[in-house]
Design a protein around this ligand. Sequence first.
Ligand code: PMP
Length: 444
Amino acid sequence: MQQDDVKQAAASRNTVPHWFNPDHPHLDIRDGDGAYVTDADGNRYLDGVSQLFCVNAGFDNQTIIDAMVEQLHKAPYVTPSQYNDTRQQLSEAMLEKAPDSMGEVYFAVSGSEANEAAVHFAREYTGSHKILTRWRSYHGWNYGTSSLTGNGWSSSVIERNAATTGAQQFLPPMSYRSPFDADTPEELAEKAADHVEFVIRNEGPDSVAAILMEPIAGASGAYTAPPGYFERLRELCDTYDILLIADEVITGFGRCGEWFGIQTENVEPDMITCAKGLTSAYAPLAGVMVSSEISEYLRDDGVPLGQTFGGHPVGCAAGLAAISEYENGLLENVRSVSPYLEERLRELEDAHDVVGNVRGRGFLWSLAFSKPGTEEPVVDPRTENTDNPVEAVADHAATDGDLLVWPGRPQTQIMVAPPFCLTRADVDQIHTALDGAIESVFSS
Ligand code: PMP
C-alpha cells in the first residue's frame, strides 16, 4: 500500500488521536516477534526504536508472557498497602542491579508519576523546593512533570498548563551545537558544570532540592556527557546539599550497555526513576529507587503516597521476567552488538553530508541532520511535521526500508533504539534503510 493510502485508511477509522505526529504513517500494528512487528496488511518492519524505547526484550517474549499469566492466576491485584511477594522479589532484583547507594524501591505506574514522586521525596527530604532540569530534557507529561520538561515541543503545548514545580533549567553539556565554547571534552565538562554551579548559586543553594537529569539524554537526542561532567555534578550536589536524581525511564535496564545509564558515568545518585524497560513495556509499571538515607527518612517521617495501580503484581511479574531475560543474554547482546551498530551509523555520517553528528551509547543513538558544512539544523526545529524532511526520512525508512525509527524531539534527528535481541544482520538492515531514505529525501 502506498504511504498516502495507509495514512488515509488509518485516519478514516482512527478515533484515538495520534499524540504528536498526525502526518506520520499510521501503522496498524497487529503482531510482533523479537525485534519485528507486522501490520494489518502483513508488512513486516524492524522496530528500530522499540516502539517508544521500551519493548527492550522484544515482542512475543514467552518468558514474560508466562510470568504475567501465572501471576494473573495467583493474584491479579494486591493493594500497595499490603505485602506482595512478587513486588518484594522485583524490588530486590532491581536493587541488586542498581548502584550501591540505592536502598529501597517505591513503585508507580508511569515514568511521569515516578518523577513526580521523586520530586515529592526530594522536597520533603531537603525542605527545599526548586528542581533543576536540563534544557531540552523530557521528564513527562503530567501536570507537574510537564514543567520539569525542558523540551521545546512540550513547553509550547503543555507548559502553559503546567503546575509550578519550581523548575529551573540549565544548559546541557552538548558537544554538538554546543552552547559552550570549548575545545576539548574536558573543557566542555568544566564549563558546563561551572554553569550549573552558577545557576545553583543564583537560584540560592538553600532553595534547590534536586538536580533531575537523564544520564544519557533520551528523546532530545542521545547526548552523552563529556567525561568528568557527572562527577562534577555529584560534587556540586554534595557541596550545596542538593539531591542528584537520575531519570532512567529510557536508560534504565540495559539500554546503554549497563543496567543503569548512570553506571556508565560511575556516579552514585540519590534517586533513580525508571519505567519503560522495567517491564519491557509488557505492563505499565514504574519505580523510584531511593538511597538508604532517604528511605530511612521516608519510613520515619512518612510521605503519604500510593497509587492504586503502583506496583501492580502483574506488572511486577513482567518486571521480574524482563530482568531475567536481560540477565540471560539480552544485556550481553547489547554490549556485543552495539560497537557494530555504532560503526554502521557512523558510516552514514561519512556518506551523507546532511548527517552532521552521530552520537549515543549502547542501543540509544541519534543522527543529527544539519545543513552541509555547518551545525545548523537542516530544518527549523519548530517546523510542523508535514514540511519536515527529517520526518520524511522516517517515513521513507518505513515504506521503502521496512524500518521504524523516530525523529525525536526536536525533529532534527533520527533516533535509533532497537530491542536488545538485535542481530548484526538487523544492524545492516538499519544501515541500508536509513542510507536509502536519506538519499531519497535529500538528493531529490
Ligand atoms: N522521563 C523520560 C526520560 C522519558 O523519556 C519519559 C517518556 N518518554 C518520561 C520520563 C515519562 O514517562 P511516561 O510516558 O511513562 O510517563
